[in-house]
Write a protein that binds this ligand. Structure first.
Ligand code: CUA
Length: 354
């Protein structure tokens, strides 16, 4: 067996392994649905990268395994290895070939990126704001509509301008093949044209704090006509001070604030369908605020208000300090905070009275 050329065997094995590797990487389902016009080109680019990577991986592994086997120390052999001082021809080959491969792939990637980022007519601008722990969206050219439910018309180019109110976040819609950091002090952009109707996840892809894993929302891609009617509904409710969308009553307004501000990411509150567990549960807040407020000499309203504005003032036993962002008194107007406090005490009071 040993008399046959082991190199020939290794080459044959490498070719077979390459073929199997390429079949496997192409058969695996790496990506979610192709929700945007860019998805097809990006998926093809990934497939090309994978196919190119397989023979390189196999080559490196084959040489490594071949060397381990062929040049291993035989029992009793105490000699030093052969003194090798380099091989110019080999070095030129292993610098030139990778240089050519990487240059071609870089050019290909640049062409795809340039195409995706091209400005298109009739673009819809959407401002995206990240904060611990929710995304909010604004349509600045459509009557400054603000929402925490991203809705986009199918087949219309969208220009996202991404910001953050606090720390680094990362705005990611896997089905759109879209991802960009939200960086404090900067506006990052990304362009996308949704091409499939449906509801897709919006994810935060940057570890941004203890509620990071709850920072998930959805984007709804709807027909253009449905988008227009949704937009005019939103515009109407903006004109009515938000009360129409919220059903016209204070409780609904408070519920909307609770969701828009990201409270639902961390707290459980049945009335708002919130199931977060990072912070204290709020379904029993009215009773808790009465009890703990009394200890501090505060009314329940004052207690809850202080807890929102200065979260470290009172920390519920069993929950760590410095987890809840201390930025809500800047983000919300005093009236909004009052609405939120009233809402929280209202819904939790009703519940405990039942
Ligand atoms: Cu925001 Cu993770």
């Amino acid at each position: 067996m040993r008399s046959r050329n082991p190199l020939l065997g290794a080459i044959l094995l490498a070719l077979v392994a390459t073929a199997i590797g390429i079949v496997i990487v192409l058969a695996l389902d790496w990506f979610p649905s192709q929700g945007s016009t860019a998805a097809k080109d990006i998926d093809t680019l990934y497939d090309v990268l994978l196919v190119v990577s397989v023979p390189i991986f196999v080559l490196v592994m084959t040489v490594a395994l071949y060397s381990v086997y062929s040049f291993r120390v035989r029992p009793g052999d105490m000699r030093d290895g052969a003194p090798i001082h380099g091989n110019t021809r080999l070095e030129i080959i292993w610098v030139t070939i990778p240089f050519i491969i990487v240059s071609i792939l870089a050019a290909y990637g640049w062409i795809v990126l340039d195409d995706i980022e091209a400005k298109k007519p009739n673009t819809l601008t959407v401002n995206v704001t990240g904060q611990q722990f929710a995304w909010s969206f604004e349509y600045p050219d459509e009557g400054k509509v603000k929402t925490n439910q991203l809705v986009l018309p199918k087949d219309r180019p969208v220009h996202f301008r991404v910001n953050t109110k606090d720390v680094l976040h990362d705005f990611w819609v896997p089905d759109f093949r879209l991802k960009t950091d939200a960086v404090p002090g900067l506006t990052t952009d990304i362009r996308v044209t949704p091409q499939r109707l449906g509801t897709y996840p919006v994810v935060c892809a940057e570890l941004c704090g203890i509620g990071h894993s709850t920072m998930r929302q959805t984007v709804r891609v709807v027909p253009a006509a449905e988008f227009d009617s949704w937009l005019s509904e939103q515009q109407q409710s903006e004109e009515d001070g938000g009360t129409a969308a919220a059903g016209g009553d204070e409780a609904a307004l408070g519920r909307q604030l609770f969701k828009d501000t990201g409270c639902e990411g961390c707290h459980t509150l049945a009335d708002a369908d919130a199931t977060g567990t990072t912070g204290p549960e709020l379904d029993d807040l009215a009773a808790q605020a009465a009890k703990y407020g009394k200890q501090e000499g505060l009314s329940p309203t004052e207690y809850v208000k202080t807890s929102i504005e200065d979260p470290n003032a009172f920390v519920v036993p069993g929950f760590p300090e410095n987890v809840m962002p201390a930025t809500y008194s800047d983000q919300l107007s005093p009236a909004e905070i009052d609405t939120l406090v009233e809402y929280l005490l209202g819904v939790s009071g009703e519940k405990s009275a039942r």
